[in-house]
Write a protein that binds this ligand. Structure first.
Ligand code: COA
Ligand code: OAS
Length: 170
């Protein structure tokens, strides 16, 4: 099991809060490895919930599948459903929601699957069983409820593609 600590540390250069939150998150994710580790880590998971989720207001649950090289800028009011999948080298900011929606039969949809190298601006909602492609840039304040293709730059509510970009270099 790879913790991805090194890649997160590198990508959050100059962003001490992001570094610390990513370390706390990656350590929490080790609880998914097996039942024994989960039991051993219960006290840590409680502390993680209190300090990162409640105190800092950054809800990125330990079960969230997240690729290496995660950046978290600011982070307050960030809420990620643990069914979401986030690819490698993605950037999350503040006041952002990534989650499901309630369906007409009162069940809940699946959550977004986000590709690699996706840069998510502040105040973004990404909702439902949708796929965000690789190397997508999501403008501040966007609301996304449909699939987005690779390399798209999207803005608005509902989000629309304003252009396509070359592959981002990290
Ligand atoms: C989406 C984004 C990457 C586009 O940047 P850009 O390529 O420089 O685009 P431009 O500024 O040339 O804007 C292109 C068009 O999109 C519009 N636009 C840009 N960002 C927008 C947004 N977030 N919401 C709505 N429209 C937006 C512009 O008004 C412009 O429209 P026009 O062609 O009708 O004049 C950028 O505007 C953005 O939102 N980045 C997020 C950054 C962020 O979250 N910062 C917070 C830091 S804490
Ligand atoms: C609020 C702001 O401009 O923050 C800058 C930060 N580098 C970011 O992209 O989130």
């Amino acid at each position: 099991m790879s913790l991805n600590l090194f890649q997160d540390w590198q990508r959050n250069q100059g962003n001490i809060k992001g570094r610390l939150v990513c370390i706390a998150f990656r350590l929490a994710t080790t609880a998914t490895a097996n039942k024994l580790l989960f039991i051993i880590l219960i006290p840590y998971l409680i502390l993680y919930r209190i300090f990162v989720e409640w105190f800092l207001g950054i809800e990125i649950p330990y079960k969230t599948k997240t690729g290496k090289g995660l950046i978290i800028y600011h982070g307050q009011a960030l809420v990620v459903n643990d069914g979401s999948v986030i690819g490698e080298n993605c950037t999350l900011r503040h006041s952002t929601t990534i989650g499901n929606k309630q369906l007409s039969d009162n069940t809940f949809s699946k959550c977004p699957v986000i590709g690699n190298n996706v840069d998510i601006g502040s105040n973004v909602c990404i909702i439902g069983p949708i796929r965000i492609g690789n190397s997508v840039t999501i403008g501040a304040g966007s609301v996304i409820v449909k699939d987005i293709p690779d390399y798209a730059v999207v803005v608005g509510n509902p989000a629309r593609i304003i252009k396509f970009q070359g592959e981002l270099v990290y």
